[in-house]
Design a protein around this ligand. Structure first.
Ligand SMILES: CCCCCCCCCCCC(=O)SCCNC(=O)CCNC(=O)[C@H](O)C(C)(C)COP(=O)(O)OP(=O)(O)OC[C@H]1O[C@@H](n2cnc3c(N)ncnc32)[C@H](O)[C@@H]1OP(=O)(O)O
Length: 255
């Protein structure tokens, strides 16, 4: 969801969006004065971040052969870019995954207060590779659905030898939220219903399939199911409701 904030800021600078629409008046005033005092706005991009963050959904040595195989399968279905800009058009796209919602803020003290430098995304906050959440999301825009390949590490234990229900809920919220944000822009989870059908052993590699059910005004409804990679075993089913928000909602403004 916050990726959309970054994209909105990043792709257009602040052009096309009234800053007052995004932030409460006082915050906007501080933010604007911070930006104004750093460098002349006319000479620099308003992109407030200094470099590209690392993509944590790239293969690493903790991935099991099964995880790698499913990744390779979906990756082969993805759009490709070539050096001359002529990529092959395919239906799937791999989404990058960072460990911060918005990283490397350089917009001065007031922006830094809004975007805590030490904050980390819940699913990406353990440095040891493979210990917790290893995952990658592939999205199919045409079909309005996505598939997440998820390898559940040993630090996610709930019932002995099995993955904690909260960890599974976290991943479902993350994947359905990613799809809802991809389709509808800035959103927050309003409701998440989960049925746990079979216990999931630690170190399992599973697929989290999520699809758009419907959009009604500000409400985006997503369905989800978690299966084994061959889809023969059902672990979990869920429905989720996301409500579109203005960015100001996160900063105490309902405008
Ligand atoms: C780079 C990083 C990426 C990384 C990718 C990571 C993605 C992770 C995604 C995780 C996202 C989260 O976990 S977010 C964290 C958990 N969620 C929250 O903290 C949200 C807390 N709740 C709220 O802020 C609010 O209640 C909202 C935003 C959900 C709704 O408030 P609101 O904006 O005032 O809207 P409101 O008028 O109440 O409701 C709008 C419509 O939705 C309906 N509605 C609202 N709530 C509900 C509900 N619980 N159940 C049913 N329906 C509901 C209303 O009836 C209404 O329908 P109608 O009248 O239109 O018919």
């Amino acid at each position: 969801m916050l990726g959309h904030i970054a994209r909105r800021l990043g792709s257009n600078g602040l052009k096309g969006i009234s800053p007052q629409q995004l932030l409460p008046k006082e915050t906007h005033r501080h933010l604007q004065s911070s930006l104004d005092t750093i460098r002349p706005i006319s000479t620099v991009s308003l992109w407030p971040f200094s470099s590209q963050p690392r993509d944590f959904s790239q293969p690493n040595s903790s991935w099991s052969p099964e995880m790698q195989k499913v990744y390779d399968h979906y990756y082969a279905l993805c759009d490709t870019d070539t050096e001359n800009g002529e990529g092959k058009k395919r239906p799937w796209r791999k989404l990058p995954s960072y460990n911060r919602s918005i990283k490397y803020a350089t917009g001065g003290i007031h922006l830094s207060k809004l975007i805590q430098a030490k904050a980390r995304l819940f699913t990406r906050n353990v440095k040891e590779q493979g210990a917790t959440f290893e995952y990658v999301v592939f999205v199919n825009k045409e079909e309005k659905r996505c598939v997440c390949v998820f390898q559940a590490g040993r630090l996610l234990e709930g019932a002995p030898g099995h993955v904690h229900g909260g960890a599974i809920a976290t991943m479902i919220d993350t994947v359905t939220g990613t799809l809802a944000g991809f389709l509808s822009g800035p959103i927050m989870t309003a409701n998440l219903n989960i049925d746990y059908r079979s216990p999931m052993p630690l170190d399992s590699v599973v697929l989290i399939h999520s699809a758009l059910d419907r959009i009604e005004r500000r409400k985006t409804y997503i369905t989800s199911k978690v299966t084994s990679t061959d889809e023969s075993k059902l672990y979990t089913e869920a429905t989720a409701l996301f409500v579109s928000i203005s960015v100001g909602h996160l900063f105490g403004s309902r405008n």
